[in-house]
Write a protein that binds this ligand. Structure first.
Ligand code: FAD
Length: 351
């Protein structure tokens, strides 16, 4: 058994680091366990042309501004990984990796954290494991019949391997638009979205999304009408590569198909297209399987929380994942506030 600690943080991506920053400031004894071989969390796995939807300064964790990236108003994923790596070093955050947490169980007054390299005992556990590790693919009739490759956003690395191939990109969010823009001109592209793509006006970036998410949460908390939040603004931030492809007329979307045949998508009117590859840019779900022994999930697969604290287990906090753990808490700039509030709550509990 490793040394018992007061707090185990599971995950060393941006959410885990923001938690570490605030726990350290409050003098709490903690350790971060991260399954990756190096810093950066999900950003280590993103494709080269991915661009942040906010300028660097608006993509910062608490305490330290992200420096701008030379020549890039919208930084890329490698820049974020470098920033997170420097952040970890600067605040001397005690990250152990690669350590994968397999299960968290109740163990009397404490929680037992079972990992692939031993057991940790903690008074409080923070789960900050993100979503990248649980790609979501919708069920579409005929999926098994399709003979081409079936990929997800999480598998995409760049356009080179698709040169000249017939590629269908599914999804009208930022990932779908950015990957479609990346492939346009390299592959024979069909972009498919459930509704007409909704680009945010040029010049509106992640700052506006953050403000909208915060305003919505504040309105709901105050019992005021739902402001609609981010959804009211549009779905796609027109980062420079997306804007360029759109302006060249390369981002024309088809409606969603109703089924797949062996050869590719088939639409409701019976027309079809041949495809070598389908890339599903259809989102992610929270990576929570290590918490299964605690039996806390609701029927939507979420763990109900008050702020970040699990309602069914007050020694467990969830950070990141989505708005249900704090407004915009799955973004770089948004995770700082819930991390701060969480650290205060943990300090009160430990004392
Ligand atoms: P992650 O980065 O996924 O980190 C979780 C860490 O926990 C990982 O290192 C993982 O290996 C580890 N882990 C998981 N399970 C275990 C386990 N059982 N045991 C131990 N370790 C474990 N946000 C922005 O602010 N700006 C953007 O422009 C932006 N663009 C995005 C574009 C895309 C395509 C996507 C998918 C997301 C984007 N986001 C953006 C959202 C957000 O910033 C990321 O999803 C972010 O990676 C979430 O950070 P996290 O720390 O919660 O999770």
């Amino acid at each position: 058994m490793n040394r018992p600690v007061d707090v185990v943080v599971i995950g060393g991506g941006q959410a885990g680091l923001a938690a570490g920053y605030h726990l350290r400031r409050l003098g709490i004894d903690f350790v971060l366990l991260d399954a990756q071989t190096g810093p950066g969390g999900a950003w280590r796995h993103a494709w080269d042309s991915l661009r942040l939807f906010s300028p660097a300064a608006y993509s910062s964790l608490p305490g330290r501004l992200m420096p701008p990236q030379a020549g890039r108003p919208s930084p890329d994923a490698a820049h974020v990984t470098e920033y997170l790596s420097a952040y970890e070093r600067r605040y001397e955050l005690p990250v152990e990796r690669p350590v994968r947490v397999r299960a968290v169980r109740r163990d009397g007054e404490r929680l037992r954290v079972e990992t692939d390299s031993g057991v940790r005992s903690a008074r409080v556990v923070v789960s900050a494991t993100g979503t990248w590790w649980r790609p979501f693919l919708p069920a579409v009739p005929g999926s098994d019949a399709f003979r081409g490759r079936r990929l997800h956003t999480a598998d995409y690395r760049g356009p080179a391997e698709f040169a000249g191939q017939r590629v269908v990109v599914v999804g009208g969010g930022n990932s779908g638009a950015q990957i479609a823009a990346d492939l346009a001109g390299h592959a024979d592209l069909t972009w498919v979205t459930r509704r007409e793509p909704r680009f945010l006006p040029d010049g509106i970036d992640g700052r506006a999304l953050f403000d909208a998410a915060t305003a919505r949460r504040q309105a709901l908390d105050a019992g005021l009408p739902d402001t609609g939040g981010v959804a009211g603004l549009g779905d796609i931030v027109a980062v420079p590569p997306v804007r360029a492809a759109r302006d060249q007329g390369l981002l024309k979307a088809q409606p969603m198909f109703t089924r797949l045949s062996a050869h590719g998508p088939v639409w409701a009117d019976g027309t079809g297209a041949d495809a070598d590859v389908i890339i599903w840019c259809t989102g992610f779900r929270p990576a929570l399987s290590h918490l299964a022994p605690l039996g806390l999930r609701d029927r939507h697969g979420h763990i109900p929380t008050a702020g970040t604290r699990a309602l069914g287990e007050p020694r467990l906090h969830l950070l990141g994942y989505g708005d249900w753990t704090g407004p915009a808490s799955a973004t770089l700039i948004g995770v700082g506030r819930p991390a701060r509030d969480m650290a205060k709550e943990i300090a009160a509990r430990l004392s």
